[in-house]
Design a protein around this ligand. Structure first.
Ligand code: ADP
Ligand code: MG
Length: 557
């Protein structure tokens, strides 16, 4: 390991290994195949680059993105490390030349696109080269259960068994659920004990979910208030990317854009402008960002809710790679769910639709959860965190918690009495005592007369309460022609009175007249908040605070 540290200093200019790096390098050097799960920006590349320098022979790196390969190879050559890549941008002759260099032992690292492994001639040529290590970057692409399955990644199994003596395998990823980890280990024959997970928590990221904002206005204001900062705005569709880009350009912002509808050349150009800080804002679809190493991204704004947690955390995680405080803001609207549903159903592989819809639901739950957002993400990736993060919008909203067990029981009971085969709108309508034709047709007119939640709540309140119960796991969603809800095992415990349900007090939007004494107070407060450097995403006052405010003079605030 002493030599490994010298390599780190000599070639990369760093004094110490980061968390997990030394362990992975140690295992790899002793020939143990490993799985490395480390957050984006955690420093996965060095985990195979240093062993590659120290091991006899050629290390092969499988990497899904051409641009990524080129950047890495360039960076390695700058650090005096002989490296090359083989992908579709090379001519047949260039491929031959590269292979000759590899066979003659002139290369330490060779980056290969997975598609290349489908060529038997290529594998044949490779089998004559001594290969001690195969690094599989973005290893979640090999798993059907991952969010970004690439069939070509399956050919890696063939590669691994190409030589009489199996090379050491190092699989690396930033986003893998326990199921995906298990799948990767099985496919690449990695021992469970050889898994190194450094933890998903990113303690410099402040996560926010904002529901019901005017998105355009929010983005404009945010950029005005943070006018010096670099950031990425993600949207789900090319059309939305174009629209946001146009809006920001009209507002005089230095902005770049990136989506699959632009030519390869233009995409590269726009990416360069962003990487070189010529454009401070990148507006993009999820096509942008894999492997991008830009350290000073201070915010990642999501204009639409992404289709799953893996994508969200990977995209949001592009903020704050330098470890400085950064914001990840998700602007949620219920229409986002339809947008993503549509995109999922458009995808070619029909067999994957149910699984993708289930993942989408987890994302919707995340947007409606009232607990710590960081912990919700960690729980998704199978990590237990006791303490709330104290930075996210849920940790900082200052709302009191109340017991809503009784109301929850009313909703759950209603779902049961309706036979657990209807959508949430229908249930909500019955709960507020609505008597439309559909309710009568299905024979719920009588149930609806009880109007279990009638009077206290509007239809919208009840719908959002149902969303909350889904997010809490008390109700579950079944995806069919249209989504229906049913009571989960945990929900049954609530029905039986074995479990309490706590919810944060609702946010009430109250209009305040200009002659109300509160008006002046809030005006002063708002000014104070806006003067601060970092504007919190929103401010919520409890009734108690509002009453206390009334008792004070503006000068006392
Ligand atoms: P990942 O692939 O995990 O997203 P990278 O390998 O691209 O991350 O590394 C992210 C950044 O961290 C790079 O700029 C890299 O040079 C830097 N880095 C890696 N290891 C160390 C280290 N031990 N000390 C300081 N910086 C490091
Ligand atoms: Mg990487």
């Amino acid at each position: 390991m002493e030599r490994a540290r010298q390599m780190l200093q000599h070639h990369f200019g760093y004094e110490n290994f980061r968390q997990g790096q030394a362990q992975i390098i140690k295992q790899t050097l002793r020939g143990q195949s490993s799985l490395c799960v480390m957050p984006t920006g955690g420093g996965k590349s060095i985990c195979y680059q240093i062993p590659a320098l120290m091991l006899e022979g050629l290390t092969i790196v499988i990497s899904p993105l051409i641009s990524l390969m080129q950047d890495q190879v360039e960076a390695l050559r700058t650090a005096n490390i002989p490296a090359a890549y083989i992908n579709s941008t090379l001519t047949a002759q260039e491929v031959d030349e590269t292979m000759q260099l590899a066979s003659a032992g002139y290369l330490k690292l060779l980056y290969i696109a997975p598609e290349r492994l489908d060529s038997t001639a290529f594998l044949q040529a490779l089998s004559h080269v001594a290969v001690p290590l195969i690094a599989v970057d973005e290893a979640h692409c090999i798993s059907q259960w991952g969010h970004d399955f690439r069939p070509s990644y399956r050919s890696i199994q063939k590669l691994v068994t190409l030589w009489p003596q199996k090379p050491t395998v190092l699989a690396l990823t930033a986003t893998a659920t326990p199921t995906v980890c298990e799948d990767i280990r099985q496919l690449l024959e990695i021992d469970e004990q050889a898994t190194v997970i450094t933890g998903f928590a990113r303690n410099n990221l402040a996560l926010s979910v904002l529901i019901g904002e005017n998105k355009e206005r929010y983005i404009k204001n945010y950029l005005l208030k943070n006018s010096q900062e670099v950031g990425i705005i993600y949207a789900a569709t090319r059309k939305a990317v174009d629209a946001i880009y146009d809006m920001l350009q009209r507002a005089g912002e230095a902005v770049a854009k990136y989506h699959a509808g632009l030519s390869e050349d233009l995409r590269m150009l726009e990416q360069e402008r962003f990487l070189k800080d010529e454009a401070r804002i990148m507006v993009a679809t999820n096509a942008f960002g894999m492997g991008i190493d830009k350290s000073n991204v201070r915010f990642v704004l999501h204009y639409h809710m992404p289709r799953n947690m893996e994508s969200y955390y990977q995209e949001a995680g592009r903020a704050g790679r330098d470890g400085l405080p950064s914001a990840c803001i998700l602007l949620y609207a219920s229409g986002d769910v339809q947008t993503q549903r549509f995109l999922i159903e458009q995808a070619q592989d029909e067999t994957r639709i149910p699984q993708e819809l289930a993942k989408l639901q987890t994302m919707v739950d995340y947007c409606h959860t009232e607990g710590c957002l960081q912990n919700a993400i960690l729980a998704y990736f199978g990590e237990v965190q006791e303490q709330p993060c104290g930075r996210c919008s849920n940790c900082n909203d200052g709302r009191a918690v109340t017991d809503v067990t009784e109301d929850a029981q009313k909703v759950l009971a209603c779902v049961v009495r309706m036979g657990q085969k209807f959508g949430k709108t229908m249930v909500a309508q019955v709960l507020i005592g609505s008597k439309n034709q559909k309710i009568t047709d299905f024979g719920f007119a009588r149930l609806s007369t009880y109007g279990l939640l009638k009077g206290q709540y509007s239809l919208k309140d009840v719908s959002s309460f149902i969303e909350f119960l889904i997010a809490e796991g008390l109700l579950a969603v079944k995806h069919g022609t249209y989504p229906t809800i049913y009571v989960s095992a945990e929900g049954k415990e609530v029905l039986l009175g074995q479990q309490q349900v706590m919810r944060k007090e609702a946010v009430v939007v109250r209009q305040i007249a200009t002659n109300d004494p509160l008006f002046e107070h809030l005006r002063v407060l708002r000014k104070q908040i806006a003067d601060e450097e970092r504007v919190p995403p929103f401010v919520v006052f409890s009734d108690k605070t509002l009453r206390e405010l009334c008792d004070k003079k503006p000068s006392q605030l």
